[in-house]
Write a protein that binds this ligand. Structure first.
Ligand code: GLC
Length: 729
């Protein structure tokens, strides 16, 4: 398979016009299918009819590290892809050399966990717009995000790249993101389909789960992304699912994604996730990516599973050429939808607007977990000690494939200095080193304690980190390819925090990381705690604005903070990381993931799903429900009863009073974020159709709405329900 040199689009266009007479069939408005993937079926028929089998096969596997093959003769360009979910990754050349061309910087957006913590779908769209525009500017046709795998265990090394534990919240945030990306003329890639919920043995484990867990927890985010977000591409995951690799899985891809959901775009494998030619051809892989990683350094793209072997299989009748045609058709649909045959609007990189979006997402995504009136901090002091290596550590190039060469990264320390100005002396003591060794450095500890004692108050910034830069084998925390060893923070930060607060109890703790960690040893002794996720290039500014009251926090947790790992369902009821010999991982906890487990099994969390405080106070009142058939319309009034402007996320949960199967006590089925001035009230309306009340019945192989009473619970957190109304379905 000869590697085509990447032609400029103009040259390809010229060739395209010259080489093919494309009939443009007039499609009247009313007939025009609204799906951008389905507007050029005639042109695609025409192109396929002109292609040789070899040309078709050249399109269904990689032609370099991040491209799949084109057909130069017919003016079909290579499809160019790039990571990642929160920024366009540095260039890797065609053969994985991390070519620091010096032109491959990009905006380093907050990680997905921080985006999701905003609970603001409009920001999801704005975030996608930035990502799509920058991918476009960097010459990419596909950006490999969003990642939306459900947070089944707090130990998953890639939780930072995903959006938490609740499928409804994930579906709302993912749809906005995808539309934002694709409105820039670039394809999003929904990943990782499906059940890639741990990194330990990710390329070999076999996930077993009930059909009900699949339908109620693990599929809904992907289903919404396909049906509502119209995502153009899906990435099949590394793991096996019920005995077949997910990226060529008859049930997940042929039956569910393509038949049941009617997905018209393309499925690419994760990089190196294809293991079998015939399965890949028959069970839904449209493009095989990344197998070159297993061939290094002698890469030969014709030797891919979906390479020259396919020619033989078609020529000897084992495989019907129509199968290959469908793959090529899906690829060409994405090419047309991303304007690769006409003019795609220009993109831009790191504009002030992009930076503003990055800061807004960070500001709305930082979660105030605890505040005994200590925050916001006063600037009218002499000395503030900033303690903790996370305060001055660049995260952007860490984490694995989602790395970004940030154009700049405002760390918490930089942000605090900028917001406080030179009126106040800011001292900094790392207190620990972010390194492979993880050894406690007593000198650093002593320095930190001294700095704390000498300051008016302390801002501690710690938690997890992305392992160590791009060293893939060194990461032990929020990093692709590894899971965390426990909920404990690295380098015994617990001890350090205890010593710091002993030296100065006026300490606010800021936790960075992809999910929950163990805070039990010092939680009671600190007056304020914030969860900052990975807040991106403007994160330090957003954090400082919140710390000093120039912004009012409005983030809410998208996952449960368990008191201990044993309190987490995958560890209390399920298997994790699975059987070392059989490689099976049984999701025995079923649908009882996250708060669904805590509520139903009465396990009190450290901090609950949906929890997040504000510098003002809110009141919910006047819940009214009206029902037409099986559709509910609800009204509730939310008021800002405090003295600061702020935003509240009104959360609506459904509780089934009596059911024939064991159901979670409540499930999130609607939410709305409302900004209010002091004293202002707003009436919000929400609608619940009958799907909001159904459960999946395995015996009946379908969704069931069981007649009877349900309660609509409305609150500002899953453990702060303030209003209830009963309805009969
Ligand atoms: C990686 C990741 C995937 C990424 C791909 C390309 O292994 O699993 O998220 O998009 O390969 O780098």
């Amino acid at each position: 398979m000869n590697i085509f040199i990447r032609f400029s689009r103009a040259a390809l266009l010229l060739c395209m016009v010259a080489c093919t007479t494309v009939e443009t069939t007039e499609v009247s408005e009313k007939e025009e299918p609204k799906n951008p993937l389905m507007l050029h079926e005639k042109e695609i028929d025409d192109l396929i009819s002109k292609m040789t089998l070899e040309e078709k096969v050249g399109m269904i596997h990689a032609s370099s590290s991040f491209t799949s093959g084109g057909v130069e003769r017919l003016g079909i360009p290579e499809l160019t892809m790039s990571d990642g979910p929160h920024g366009v990754r540095p260039e890797h050349g065609r053969d994985w050399a991390l070519d620091n061309e010096g032109t491959d910087s990009a905006s380093y957006l907050p990680a997905s966990i921080t985006l999701a913590s905003t609970w603001n779908p409009e920001l999801g769209y704005a975030y996608g717009e930035v990502l799509g525009s920058e991918a476009n500017k960097r010459g990419k046709d596909v950006i490999l995000g969003p990642g939306i795998n459900i947070m089944r265990t707090p130990l998953n090394g890639r939780n930072f790249e995903y959006q938490g534990e609740d499928p409804y919240l994930v579906s709302k945030m993912a749809v906005g993101y995808i539309r934002g990306v694709q409105d820039q003329g670039v394809a999003a890639s929904l990943k990782h389909y499906l059940a890639n919920n741990q990194e330990i043995k990710r390329s070999s484990i076999n996930v077993e789960m009930s059909e009900r867990a699949l339908r109620e927890i693990y599929l809904p985010g992907f289903e919404a992304a396909v049906k509502e977000g119209n995502v153009y591409t899906v990435m099949g995951s590394y793991n096996q699912f019920r005995g077949q690799f997910a990226t060529h899985n008859e049930y997940l891809i042929n039956d569910v994604l393509k038949d049941e959901w009617g997905f018209k775009g393309l499925v690419m494998s994760d990089w190196g996730a294809v293991h079998d030619t015939k399965q890949a051809l028959e069970y839904g892989t449209d493009i095989e990516m990344g197998t070159d990683l297993n061939q290094m350094p002698n890469i030969d793209y014709s030797k891919f599973f979906m390479g020259d072997t396919v020619l033989t299989l078609v020529e000897n009748g084992t495989i019907d050429e129509a199968l290959i045609d469908d793959k090529v058709r899906r690829i060409l649909r994405v090419m047309y939808a991303t304007h690769m045959f006409d003019e795609r609007p220009g993109g831009s990189i790191n504009t002030p607007a992009h930076q503003k979006t990055a800061e807004k997402v960070a500001e709305e995504g930082i979660v105030l977990l605890k505040n005994d009136g200590f925050l916001p901090l006063s600037k009218e002091v002499k000395k503030i000690a900033v303690i903790g290596a996370n305060a001055d550590y660049s995260m952007s190039m860490g984490g694995g494939s989602s790395q970004v060469r940030a154009i700049h990264e405002i760390t918490p320390l930089k942000g605090i200095k900028a917001v406080v100005g030179d009126k106040v002396e800011i001292t900094y003591a790392p207190g620990f080193e972010i390194s492979k060794e993880e050894a406690v450095n007593e000198t650093l500890v002593a320095e930190a304690v001294k700095a704390a004692a000498e300051a008016d108050y302390v801002v501690y910034v710690g938690g997890w980190n992305h392992g160590f830069g791009t060293d893939w084998n060194a990461g032990r925390y929020d990093m692709e390819g590894v899971d965390k060893p426990s909920l404990k923070m690295p380098v015994q930060q617990d001890e350090l925090i205890k010593k710091v607060i002993a030296a100065n109890p006026k300490t606010a703790v800021v936790l960075m990381g992809g999910g929950a960690m163990d805070v039990s040893q010092w939680l009671a002794d600190v007056p304020a705690i914030l969860f900052a996720g990975y807040p991106g290039m403007e994160g330090g500014t957003a954090l400082a604005k919140i710390l000093f009251g120039d912004a009012n926090p409005s983030g809410k947790l998208t996952f449960t903070f368990p008191k201990s790992l044993e309190d987490s369902p995958a560890h209390a009821m399920g298997e994790y990381p699975g059987d070392a010999d059989t490689l099976n991982v049984h999701y025995n906890e079923g649908v009882f993931v996250g708060y669904r487990y805590n509520d139903t099994y009465n396990v009190e969390p450290q901090f609950a799903f949906g929890h997040g405080l504000s510098y003002t106070t809110f009141e919910l009142k006047d819940l009214k429900i009206s029902k037409t058939g099986n559709t509910l319309v609800g009204n509730v009034t939310v008021s800002n009863t405090g003295d600061k402007e702020g935003a509240e996320v009104v959360q609506i949960y459904v509780h089934d009073v009596e059911s024939s199967v064991k159901r979670p006590v409540k499930e999130l089925k609607a939410f709305e974020k409302v900004s209010l001035k002091p004293g202002e009230s707003k009436n919000i309306t929400f609608q619940l159709n009958e799907d909001a009340f159904k459960y999946y019945d395995e015996a009946k192989h379908g969704w069931i709405l069981e007649a009877g009473d349900f309660e609509i619970w409305v609150g500002s957190a899953s453990d702060d329900i303030q209003l209830k109304e009963t309805v009969t379905m």
